[in-house]
Design a protein around this ligand. Structure first.
Ligand code: SF4
Ligand code: SF4
Length: 458
């Protein structure tokens, strides 16, 4: 890769990523800079698994910008001294892109085909499926010598190296809608306004999710804005399991757990993290929570090993109990109290039954009620006229909120930094995604910058 230009040291690339506002583009929003290192890592995985049903954002990005994504990977590889990179995509995505297992995309960069199972895009499972390595429980991927970045994140690295910050998101709009779309939307645009622009209506009896049907969150489109982590906006009937699962209260789930859990153990048998050898057992946690049992702290601590994939609820439990909701609640409490799962040193061993217990994606889609809506969306490209306003949240990433550098009344252009990354902790800058005038600045956690857009048609 000696001919790749420009070249950056790892510290330079971290600075570029932070200033360009690059965070994980589809997951929890971990700032990229805090994943980059040039010691102890030998493998880069570009995550193109498109894990959740109905989403085709990685597919389209790869179709449109494969060369740029390869270029972004080369920039990361050079800075981190990594020699081996996999573009990990499902078999059907590879076929549609006319790529194949082991195909070279550049020096040290090859295609790796993933099985069509859910949730193969979970970092821990992706690393195992791609390299055969197991990230030990409670540890980060770099401890297994791996950096994982999504397709869009790697694409953003290429753009940042050319001085272009993150200002837009590639979003799949799908579900029970007249038009299923793949659109490049400005970060901070109102979701309802985006829908109206493309004539997307939310039918009576449907809900809207930001994210996939399993792990996405219910939103009110009129009060929600495109975030750097928005990968999909799904309009789904309220009476399918994928949506019902998001409406039950914790109190209701606790009641069900204490009254109808039959301890069949199915949720533990199918737990996708248990199937890579992690010491997690949702059935034990459900039993402990329902019985107020405090004799085994591990039943609670192990919740931190949960990926939130939802298989325990959506595929395993026949009693309408949601172990994942309880796991998530416990995780929140542990994290608020800065209690972290500590690896015991006992190496995780992948059980032989994993092969037979993986969940085929099509069966998963069918079970959660979204199979009828699975269709490749139409690519409509970049939004072609000005949004009325932008609402840019300062905490779109894990870590400290960005710190505003603009005042009400300031004029900004697309790409201008409006909030800088906080120092000394994971953080990322935020930029105006359209030209306009700053209306208000509300700093701190939960804060935001509002911009009245000007500029009309692009
Ligand atoms: S959501 Fe359920 S199946 Fe998935 S990792 Fe957590 S406990 Fe296991
Ligand atoms: S699958 Fe449902 S009923 Fe069975 S142990 Fe788990 S929570 Fe209880």
């Amino acid at each position: 890769m000696g001919s790749i230009q420009p070249q950056f040291s790892v510290e330079e690339l971290k600075q570029i990523a932070t200033n360009a506002g690059i965070i994980g583009a589809g997951g929890a929003g971990f700032p990229l800079a805090f994943k980059l290192r040039d010691d102890g890592v030998d493998t880069l995985i570009i995550n193109g698994a498109e894990c959740e049903p109905l989403i085709y954002s990685d597919f389209y990005l790869l179709k449109k910008y494969l060369d740029d994504i390869v270029r972004g990977a080369q920039i990361i590889m050079q800075a981190t001294n990594i020699k081996s990179c996999f573009l990990s995509i499902k078999e059907h995505t590879a076929r549609r892109l006319r790529l194949s297992q082991g195909q070279s995309l550049g020096e040290g960069i090859v295609v790796h085909e993933l099985p069509n199972v859910y949730p193969v895009g979970d970092e821990i499972i992706l690393i195992y499926e791609t390299t055969g390595r197991v990230v030990q429980p409670g540890c980060l991927p770099f401890t297994a010598g791996v950096i994982v970045s999504s397709v869009e994140t790697v694409y953003n690295v290429k753009r940042a190296a050319e001085g272009k910050p993150v200002t837009s998101k590639w979003v799949t709009i799908a579900g029970k809608v007249g038009r299923r779309l793949f659109v490049e939307a400005p970060v901070g645009m109102n979701v309802g306004e985006l829908f109206a622009h493309y004539g997307i209506e939310v039918p009576e009896g449907c809900a809207v999710l930001d994210g996939g049907p399993a792990m996405g969150k219910l939103i009110d489109p009129s009060a929600s804005f495109i975030r750097k982590t928005t990968k999909a906006l799904l309009v789904l009937p309220e009476d399918i399991p994928a949506v019902i699962s998001k409406t039950a209260s914790v109190a209701h789930i606790l009641k069900r757990a204490s009254s109808v859990c039959c301890q069949c153990n199915m949720c533990s048998d199918l737990c996708t993290r248990a199937l890579v050898g992690y010491p997690i057992s949702p059935s034990r946690t459900v039993r402990a929570v329902a019985a107020f049992a405090v004799d085994n702290p591990q039943d609670y601590l192990s919740a931190q090993l949960c990926s939130g994939c939802g298989v325990c609820e959506l595929m395993a439990c026949c009693q309408g109990i949601s172990p994942v909701t309880l796991m998530t609640e416990i995780k929140k409490t542990l994290s608020a109290n800065r209690i972290r799962y500590a690896h015991t040193g006992e190496p995780a061993a992948v059980p032989p039954e994993r092969e037979y217990r993986m969940v085929p994606s099509e069966r998963f889609q069918s079970r959660i009620g979204v199979l009828p809506f699975d269709q490749i969306p139409e690519d409509v490209g970049e939004l072609d006229s000005a949004p009325s306003r932008l609402v840019l949240h300062l905490s779109q990433h894990i870590g400290k909120p960005a710190e505003p550098v603009v005042q009400p009344g300031d004029r900004v252009k697309k790409g201008d930094m409006v909030a800088k990354a906080a120092e000394g902790a994971p953080s990322a800058a935020i930029h105006a995604s359209w030209e306009g005038i700053v209306e208000s600045v509300d700093p701190g956690p939960g804060g935001k910058i509002q911009i009245q857009c000007t500029g009309g048609v692009r």
